[in-house]
Every structure is written in C-alpha cells, then in structure tokens.
Write a protein that binds this ligand. Structure first.
Ligand SMILES: [Zn+2]
Length: 340
C-alpha cells in the first residue's frame, strides 16, 4: 500500500472561498460578528473537485491513500480574531470529513487548528478532539507561526504549546508542522516561508527538551525537512557543540520528514543522510508546484518516481510507503485494518 502523508484540499468548491471572502470583507466593519459557515456544497461538487485532480493523480501515479487536510496556505491564522479562525477552521475540517466519507478508500482526514496570534494553543485542543473523536481524523497541522511570517509565537519547544501537546498525546495523534500564507513580503509563502519554518522547527527540536517531556509525541516536518538534509553536517555539528543528542536519536520515534522534494538529487540526498525509519512518502499533490519538469517530462510533484528510482530493498520501500506512516500516525493502523 502506498500512503501519501501530505495532501491538501486545494481544489475545494468555490463556495468555501466565497464564505472566506465574506468573512474577510466583514472584518472592515467594526460591528461585524463572525458567522459560522452555511455552505451549500453538494456531494457532486465535491466529487467533481477531486475526480479531475487528486483522484486522477492517485490513479495515474499508483498511490492508494492520501492523508488529507484543508488547504494549508488558506489557514491564514493571522486574519481576524479567534472566532474568525474557529469558524473558518470548522468549515474546512467539516469539508474534509465529507471528502473522507465520499471516498473512504482514498482519503483519511487530518485537521486544521483554529489558531490565532496571541491566543493560547490550549484553545485549539477542543477542535482537535472533535476532529479525532467525532470525525475520525488521525492528526493535525500545527502552525508554528500563526502571525503569518512575523514569528511572534514562542518556539515549539516552549511550554506555551504544552497544553495542546498534552491533548495530542492523549488522543495519540501527530502534528505536521505547517505554516500558512505569509503576510511578510520578505517571505514568499511556499518558496521561503514554508521551508524556513521546516528548518526552524528542526533546530528548535535540537535545542529543546520537548521529547523528554513528551516521549511519545510525534511531528512530521514537511517539504523534506526544509533545508535540513542539505545542511545535515551543520546540524550534527551544532548538536555536538551544544552537547545535545545525536540527530538520529533525537528524531527516532518523534520526528519524521516527508518526501515533498521535487527533484531526484534532493531525494537522493534525503535518503543518504536522514534515517530511513524517519522518512514518510508524501507528494503534497495538488499543491505548491503543479507544473511539468521539462528536464524529465514528469510532474515535479510526482514524487513516487523519485522513490522508485532509488536502490531500495522491498522492505525499505514498504517502510517508506506504509510502515513509517503507521508509526507516525498511530491511529492509521486501525483504519487500514478495518478496510481489509
Ligand atoms: Zn502542505
């Protein structure tokens, strides 16, 4: 089985964005009170939005199941207040649940969190619990920078985040560390802000004692771990100088990278330096990079091709495609076993 750990509903029907546009427009009015979404999206519209995109690519590329979450760049936690974010988040998560119900063999849900700058992460715990217990989701996307590029929140290893981590551990679900859009013009969202955040999170994990306090908590750092694999020697050396654990020991059962790296040399490097127990297959399809690579004639985000080109044993390939995902998402096993 080939599990793609990183997919977003980037093709959601237009009514979702219409609701969001209304929310954003309302913010200009001081008397505005954010309203819950009343979306009139039919099952057929959902089918239509997926059949020509995510489902088509799953079939063409030969992947089986996508761990699917709301569009990351649209989370935009910096817009409006906590209620704005709550309502927007619930609307997005409920739509993911409908996708999973329509295509239970193709998708399993991961939620967006209703974060907001300056608001305690503890306030996201209730929506996480709703998504896991009522909607059957298996993880969340955690934005380390709800300010959208200004980095006003404490590091991920700070106790500020602990109440949410306690809920994650209680529910046995991981978080993918995933920023959203950038309102800082220095940082292009998917080209700079995303990769910065991945790299930043890894360095925070090196310096903090998070995994002593939460031995079973799990994080997925997407986009191949940002700049980390390329600078593996730098991070090894920094950890050594700071008398911190070796990187493979730090990552062991707590930190995973995905394979959303859109060229063969990048994947080759990832597999050369990062422990193979800590790599999850992912493509972020349909996502940030949608074009065809003229050098290969294939889609940049057709990451399965890069994995197939590696010299992996069958056991290793199974680990990358399925086994490691079962470890990173402890609730996934029960869902997969039910399907059999
Ligand atoms: Zn993503």
């Amino acid at each position: 089985m080939i599990i793609d750990c990183h997919g977003h509903y980037t093709t959601a029907p237009a009514d979702l964005q219409k609701y969001r546009d209304g929310q954003i427009a309302g913010l200009k009015d001081p008397a505005y009170v954010p309203q819950k979404a009343n979306l009139k999206i039919s099952d057929d519209q959902i089918r239509e939005s997926l059949e020509g995109a995510q489902l088509k690519f799953q079939r063409e590329r030969g992947t089986d199941l996508t761990i699917f979450s709301p569009r990351a760049s649209a989370m935009a936690h910096h817009i409006g207040n906590e209620t704005t974010s709550q309502n927007w988040t619930q609307a997005c998560n409920d739509l993911i649940k409908r996708v999973v119900d329509l295509y239970p063999d193709n998708f399993v849900g991961v939620c967006q969190l209703p974060q907001s700058p300056g608001v305690a992460p503890a306030n996201s715990a209730a929506e996480l619990e709703r998504c896991v217990k009522e909607l059957g989701f298996i993880g969340c996307n955690l934005n380390p920078d709800p300010s959208g590029g200004n980095w006003t929140a404490p590091p991920l290893t700070d106790k500020h985040w602990y109440p949410l981590y306690e809920k994650m551990v209680e529910l046995d679900v991981p978080a993918m560390v995933h920023v959203s859009s950038s309102c800082n013009p220095n940082f292009h969202a998917t080209g700079a802000h995303y990769i910065n955040a991945d790299t930043t999170a890894f360095m925070q994990f090196i310096t903090g004692d998070l995994f002593k306090d939460f031995p079973t908590i799990k994080f997925i750092i997407p986009h191949g771990g940002g700049a980390v694999p390329y600078h593996w020697g730098r991070y090894r050396g920094l950890a050594q100088d700071m008398k911190r654990p070796l990187l493979p020991d730090m990552m062991k059962n707590n930190v995973f990278f995905d394979t959303c790296v859109y060229h063969q040399p990048g994947i080759d490097l990832l597999f050369k330096v990062v422990p193979r127990d800590n790599i999850l297959f992912g493509s972020e399809m349909v996502g940030a990079v949608r074009g065809l690579d003229p050098e290969t004639g294939n889609y940049y985000d057709d990451t399965k091709r890069y994995i197939e080109a590696l010299q992996l044993s069958d056991a290793e390939r199974t680990k990358i495609y399925e086994g490691n995902a079962r470890r990173a998402y402890p609730r996934l096993g029960a869902i997969l076993d039910r399907k059999k």
